[in-house]
Design a protein around this ligand. Sequence first.
Ligand code: SF4
Length: 931
Amino acid sequence: MREPDVPDTAPEIRRTTCYMCACRCGIDVHVAENRVHHIEGNRAHPVNRGVLCAKGSAGVMQHLSPARLRAPLRRTGPRGSGEFREISWEEALGIAVNWLEPIREQHPERLAFFTGRDQSQALTGWWAQQFGTLNYAAHGGFCSVNMAAAGIYTMGGAFWEFGAPDWERTRLLILFGVAEDHDSNPLKIGLGKLKARGARVISVNPIRTGYSAIADQWIGITPGTDGLLILSLVHLLLTSGKIDLAYLMRFTNAAWLVDQDPASPGFGSFLRDSEGRELAWDPARHRAVPAADVARPALSGGFNVGPTHVKPVFALMAEAYLDPALAPEAVAPACGIEPEVIHRLAAELADTAFNHPITLDRPWTDHCGKRHETMVGRPVAMHAMRGIAAHSNGFQTCRALHLLQLILGTVETPGGFRFEPPYPKPVSAHPKPHHKVTPGYPLDGPQLGYPRGPEDLAIDADGRPKRIDHAFSWEAPLSAHGMMHMVIANAARGDPYPIDVLFLYMANMAWNSSMNTAQTIGMLTATDATGVYLIPKIIVADSYSSEMVAYADLVLPDTTYLERHDCISLLDRPISEPDAAIDAIRWPVIEPERPGAEGVRGFQSVLLDLGVRLKLPGMVDANGKAIYRDYADYMVRHQRRPGVGPLMGWRGEDGTGTGRGAPNPKQLARYIEAGGFHIAHVPEEAAFFKPWNRAYQDWAVKIGIYDTPQPYLFQLYVEPLARFQAAALGHGPHQPPDALRERLARAMAPLPVWYPPLSDTDTDTYPIHAITQRPAAMYHSWGSQNAWLRQIHGENPLYIPGALWESLGFEPGDFARVVSPHAEIRVPVARMDALNPATVWTWNAIGKRPGAWSLAPDAPEATRGFLLNHLIPETLPTGLSNSDPVTGQAAWYDLRVRIERIPAEARSAPAFPSEMSPVPRAPKLVKFRAG
Ligand code: SF4
């Protein structure tokens, strides 16, 4: 047993930002003698107001984890053996420079740099751009890019970091596919407010856990059919006329005219005048005029403008959604719910929205200069997450949900859904993807962005992907966050070309972050005929001895989140609330100590150091000297635009500026004094109608979010989608391969549609859906090695719905053989009745490989814990990735299986050989005493 070190001195409180999940609450870390005593919630913090979850308090054990890396490592045994020698930082960075320097001079694209659950994309993306590679992305492609992209293209923002329900005024909240994950404490606090006010909460989710368990109504939908349910609600609301037409006319493109002439070069696009203004039909003047110039445009019918036949967007919506195929009776069997449930839900939405409007006596002025005396809203709010997004029809499902919000008039109005600065931000305010590689020079712009049409794809003259992950190709045109789940498979195949260095940060790609885990491991160790690895060099930066570390050739050890600087920036993924822009920092509340070893360094500082050694522009001055001392210095002095840097608070030499201003050398000290965050309140008159509210637009310019006001209309009909669809139908100079035309024509529909998940090809043989959920107690894969948290979830049974359990004759203690078209697993089971009858599920990322994470090889996580990942192929039989065809989002939840009862086995299968760990094995028992 290892005895605890108990500090003699009383602890002092150091305020920083939690990183035990992506929610980023404020925490009070009680520290004495450079040791963590305990962690509390920061009561003054706007995100969590003192609330601390189990994960947050268990940050103590994350910091003390025996799996923490201690020194840079160089592989000595075969890849995957876990055999390393500790080396100095000088040697480690020297090796990295030796590998990267020649690549930059000759083939910068042969560096593939991908980051996982990181929150410093503003830095990592810039670094990769300065290096010159187009092969960069973060983890969004295998997380929730469908949610983000659907929101950006439709409304200029989505859920989670983009916006939140109006917790103070909402009367009805519907959660779609939300487990305990992003936005954890704010959701709990918000749900508490709704419950206290007697507001209704409905959860649509195949599994009744977490938020679904406290909902007033749970709708146990069949996975992958949320879009069908939502479009059926749209059908009922349109049929009954329960839609907010005034809102649609003022704030959306409902009236814009769409070219319907298949012979026209603009087929599917908006009709515009010579000045590029979108046109609407003015019934009074019997002609098309700029949409902004007509108060009561036509919303129905069709018109001829010169030789072109056109229709308003709303008319196309009516044609699409009045279709009887969307009636509840028609969709209910597929959704696994009764038609009556859909009827009642539509009636409740209509009643809440239209019989209980909210009026705030708060004058505001719109972007045209018109003053309004009140703010009127409809108290229906939605929130959605990965449950609806991680399907191959997820993008269109997320779009459908935004359509539902918009026809009810509930976005950016009191009682509805509200954006959080820097959102709303239309597509036009985002970059396009850049992919022009020039050896020895930076890339021509940011790698990631939002294509406006086929001309923005990252493809070569023959239409083949330019990126290693095939993002922004015809396979997934709008892959705004990249397709990280395809990098290893494509790199091993050399498709479209071989890479030299795979550089991963915080991404456990040899285990729970990859589909097809066993074969992915094989790809990491595969060699060519000469014995050279197909992926020749792998650099991994991580804090812990994860499964992926064993497959690295060079390991750069990161600190824990209590030991480094971090920047939760408005340039990246801030922690704003609808009434305030908020950013935050982490800072070393504990100095890193790894006794007897070289020690660890914050990855962001290491990246900048590497940039200096590689002499990357922006990181060195004219004399080749470092511009930034380290990441902390970068956070203060780096400027993306004049006066606008990573942190918005206390800018200017006197520290009085917010958002804009010269770098302030005392900025970090001011953040620390203030509790680790800065808050800039949205003025009262700017609090709603943000895309059209002059006060909001002016405020956003003042604090540096925009450089000029950016008013815009919500896009019910998305023209970039229409342009890809038109290309698939043969229009325009940029043409997809014939094999993809049909799929593109269906998936790139400019109005939301539903289609079955792409891998649903043999549903008779594989009738059961299999999905995962994130538990409340764990977030990253690293949570399941946390000494406190693993006492909550040390293993993860496969939960089987009651009727299926009985029909297959399961008994407690049994195992199941679970077979997908790709592979099989054998795992322990448990019965659960609050579950969709055609669905089995388990907790995410509990299973561990023996030997990893400093756990004993016979730890329950390694013997009874398991992953569904083994069952999920990264490539479909068509040869295309197992992804959404619009965004490339990994289709984790499309998995279909068949199951059978088998007697209990000694351990879950497949079982993997134990790997050696470069850190010492954890002691059997650790005592921890806080005072
Ligand atoms: S919700 Fe997330 S960020 Fe907040 S205390 Fe819990 S783990 Fe930390």
